[in-house]
Design a binder for this molecule. Structure first.
Ligand code: NDP
Length: 287
């Protein structure tokens, strides 16, 4: 914890990341484009720098958590020379291609680059359930592993800087479709006078229990044989009943109709007797 650390960006997430470092006793120097966001961190022992160039001076890894890819370049480009030989850990959400672009930019300037995806909201940082995904420089991950673990479980996915972003966005895809499904269900029961909070109390344990099905689907996908016996067929579970009930309740059908389209594509291709895992084939090739 004697390692000096710099945190560039004190939005909701940067503040949480810096707070965990300060809490663990790291000499933490922070910077934010707009002044006035470092108050609580400084009270806890952090040093607030007036410029990003000043903030990186103490040495040690430079943690970046800004809005987007463009803002990371805006802040780091002028510092490229001074960052040579240093470690940059970028936790800003961006695409895999943008992660690789920044990795190549860093390599060209002699900067060791670790890209990260944060699977947590700020309040979860440093607590149970927070997971952070990393890819890029293995030496940076190994050398600073104890520091990275202060924020949450740290997993490394290899030296392709884009992998952490890819996993991050793939996990978010699953999350958003699940949330849309929950809200679709809440909209179905709303006209019957059911409050969304009451529906949530039923839906949360149900959906949590259903995640137990992921492994079974995954084994079928990996095995490549969708005819494995014992599955409910796509023809049987084509979601017609769910859409009919939704129509009776007057709700927009988009969320469920989307799943039905993926099912129909497989039925139309002659796979109606196979199980739900088969829709993986509707998704994986956009053609
Ligand atoms: P905020 O909107 O709270 O903060 C954005 C930060 O970026 C601010 O510090 C802002 O500075 C800074 N910024 C924006 N544009 C520039 C720029 N051009 N130059 C310099 N600084 C700039 O966002 P969060 O802290 O919530 O998120 C930060 C990153 O973390 C994002 O990439 C987000 O996707 C990711 N993340 C966030 C999660 C969350 O739940 N919040 C979860 C997982 C990832 P200023 O104060 O001057 O505007």
């Amino acid at each position: 914890t004697n390692t000096p650390v710099t945190v560039l960006g004190l939005g909701a997430m940067g503040t949480a990341l810096a707070g965990a470092l300060v809490g663990a006793g790291h000499r933490t120097t922070v910077w934010n484009r707009s002044p006035g966001r470092a108050g609580a961190l400084v009270a806890g022992g952090a040093v607030a720098a007036g410029t990003a160039a000043e903030a990186i001076r103490p040495g040690g890894p430079v943690v970046v958590c800004l809005l987007d890819h463009a803002s990371v370049h805006e802040v780091l480009d002028p510092l490229a020379g001074e960052l040579s030989g240093r470690a940059v850990v970028n936790l800003t959400t961006h695409s895999p291609a943008q992660s690789r672009e920044l990795g190549a930019w860093a390599a060209a300037h002699g900067i060791a680059y670790l890209d990260g995806g944060i699977m947590a909201v700020p309040a979860m940082i440093g607590g149970p359930g927070a997971a952070l995904l990393y890819s890029g420089s293995a030496p940076v991950f190994e050398e600073h592993r104890a520091l990275l673990e202060l924020w949450g479980d740290a997993t490394y996915f290899g030296d392709d800087a884009g992998m952490a972003s890819l996993y991050d966005l793939a996990l978010l895809a699953g999350m958003y479709v699940m949330f849309a499904g929950f809200l679709h269900g809440a909209a179905m029961v709303a006209p019957a006078g059911v409050r969304a909070t009451d529906f949530a109390a039923l839906a949360a344990p149900w959906l949590s229990a259903m995640t137990g099905g992921f492994q079974g689907y995954a084994e079928i996908v990996d095995g490549g044989d969708y005819t494995v016996p014992g599955q409910q067929s796509l023809e049987f579970s084509d979601l017609g009943d769910i859409l009919a009930a939704g129509a009776e309740q007057g709700v927009a059908d988009d969320a469920v109709a989307m799943v039905q389209r993926l099912i129909r594509r497989q039925i139309d291709a002659g796979h109606g007797k196979e199980g739900f895992a088969r829709i993986f084939e509707s998704i994986r090739n956009s053609a």
